[in-house]
Ligand binder design. Structure first.
Ligand SMILES: NC(=O)c1ccc[n+]([C@@H]2O[C@H](COP(=O)([O-])OP(=O)(O)OC[C@H]3O[C@@H](n4cnc5c(N)ncnc54)[C@H](O)[C@@H]3O)[C@@H](O)[C@H]2O)c1
Ligand SMILES: O=c1ccn([C@@H]2O[C@H](COP(=O)(O)OP(=O)(O)O[C@H]3O[C@H](CO)[C@H](O)[C@H](O)[C@H]3O)[C@@H](O)[C@H]2O)c(=O)[nH]1
Length: 389
């Protein structure tokens, strides 16, 4: 008989990082429930997760005989919608932790519609945390970002680097949310101590633990796709990020890449980022959940931040060359002016995650590019069936 599996609620589980993480969770033996309002994704991502999981699942599970919703219960719910969230938690008392991806993530757009970003990212997360607390689910893995470091004083960046009033409303939501989650963890220790004292005074047994545990995962730059070629990033409209933009140039949907500035203090003048394969990033979430469990067994709760990156920085032009190798031809680009808010170098010091989470990004730059290209050339329009081969 299979051991009892923990159930993880994944918000934003149909999105780019979320869908790859849902697959890794299933492969690691977790049960998964997904909440997503599909504002930047489609249910098709979960169908692909189902298909891929069917290929590797243990024989006694036979997921092929299930519908996708039987394998992965799915709720098209907005994290701002408190009563619907309550229904999800009430229907699934087995939820033991939440991985929270849902939110808006376009840096540029956040400067034009800051209230939407503060509403979805901050109010949506506070809403979720309140509902979790109500249902005694007090373990969260949160999608933070390297953007919280602003323009950091030291490269590679350790977690002790100051987190700052970041460069965009989007970035600020991540900074605020880190503070909010830390405050919640701190307050919960006091609440639990008070509760324990009350129990002792009333000669009652201690039935609950009010203490929160949180993992703030500061992602560097996720790239790539599942090596099968059937799952990948499916950005709406013109992509904001470098790698999906390059991939769209390669399939002919966009004419050429604009390289935003070649006058930065870097080896070729273009910005340096730390790109990691999306499956390595997905595995980071599995490692963070495992660490929370080990901590709990040792009686440790509270909030901890980890960098998820490779520790190696690549310039924009390094990435163009790497993607050219995968595609087998030179893609057109033009150097333009700097993009507002970009900083010269965001390269992780991942040693804390390497040591404490026993996690390391394993996949190479060439794998990221080859996997991205396999996905994009077979799905030039992402999950939308129109014109895909
Ligand atoms: N992709 C990156 O480069 C990157 C880097 C650092 C941090 N992050 C963070 O990681 C998380 C996931 O990013 P991603 O790249 O997978 O983005 P994504 O847009 O592909 O995924 C986000 C998912 O959340 C859903 N969603 C959005 N608003 C929602 C709401 N109000 N209620 C319910 N669902 C909602 C979307 O439909 C989507 O499926 C985000 O929080 C993002 O800020 C991403
Ligand atoms: O068309 C483009 C797009 C990007 N770039 C450059 O490529 C680099 C990477 O840009 P991305 O937009 O791909 O990624 P960012 O580092 O700006 O931001 C991403 O990673 C951050 C963490 O490092 C945040 O989490 C943020 O949410 C996420 O979009 C930057 O130097 C940018 O100027 C171009 O030259 N042309």
């Amino acid at each position: 008989m299979s051991p009892i599996k923990q159930t993880i609620l994944v918000t934003g589980g149909c999105g780019y990082i979320g869908s790859h993480t849902v697959l890794r969770l299933l492969e690691s033996g977790y049960k998964v429930i997904v909440v997503d309002n599909l504002s930047n994704s489609s249910f098709e991502a979960l169908r692909r997760v189902h298909e891929l999981y069917t290929r590797v699942a243990p024989k006694d599970e036979s997921p092929a005989s299930l519908t996708t919703e039987q394998l992965i219960p799915f709720y098209q719910v907005d994290v701002l919608d408190r009563s619907s969230l309550i229904k999800v938690f009430a229907s699934h008392p087995e939820i033991s932790a939440v991985i929270h991806f849902a939110g808006r993530k376009a840096v540029g757009e956040s400067s034009h519609i800051p209230l939407d970003y503060y509403n979805v990212n901050i109010s949506g997360t506070v809403n979720l945390l309140q509902v979790m607390d109500e249902f005694h689910v007090r373990k969260i893995v949160f999608s933070s970002s390297a953007t919280v470091y602003g323009d950091p004083p030291v490269i590679p960046i350790p977690e002790t680097s100051p987190i700052v009033a970041s460069m965009s409303p989007y970035g600020r939501t991540k900074v605020f949310l880190e503070h909010i989650i830390k405050d919640l963890c701190t307050a919960s220790v006091v609440k639990h101590q008070r509760y324990v004292k009350e129990c002792e005074a009333a000669n009652k047994s201690v039935e609950h633990n009010y203490e929160w545990s949180a993992m703030l995962l500061r992602y560097f730059n996720p790239a790539g796709a599942h090596p099968s070629g059937i799952m990948g990033e499916d950005p709406q409209g013109i992509p904001n990020n470098l790698m999906p933009f390059l991939a769209q140039v390669a399939v002919g949907n966009l004419e050429k890449l604009s390289v935003f500035g070649d006058d930065y203090p870097t080896r070729d003048g273009t910005c340096i980022r730390d790109y990691l394969h999306v499956l390595d990033l997905a595995q980071g979430h599995v490692a963070a959940l495992a660490k929370m469990d080990t901590n709990h067994t040792a009686g440790l709760f509270g909030c901890k931040a980890y960098n998820l990156g490779t520790g190696t920085g690549c310039t924009v032009l390094d990435m163009v060359r790497a993607f050219n190798r995968a595609v087998g031809r030179e893609l057109p680009y033009v150097i333009t002016g700097r993009r507002a808010g970009d900083v010269p170098n965001l390269t992780a010091d991942p040693s804390l995650a390497n040591k404490e989470l026993e996690w390391k990004a394993e996949k190479s730059l060439d794998e990221m590019c080859t996997d991205l290209w396999r996905w994009q050339r077979t799905h030039p329009n992402g999950y939308s069936p129109a014109q895909n081969q």
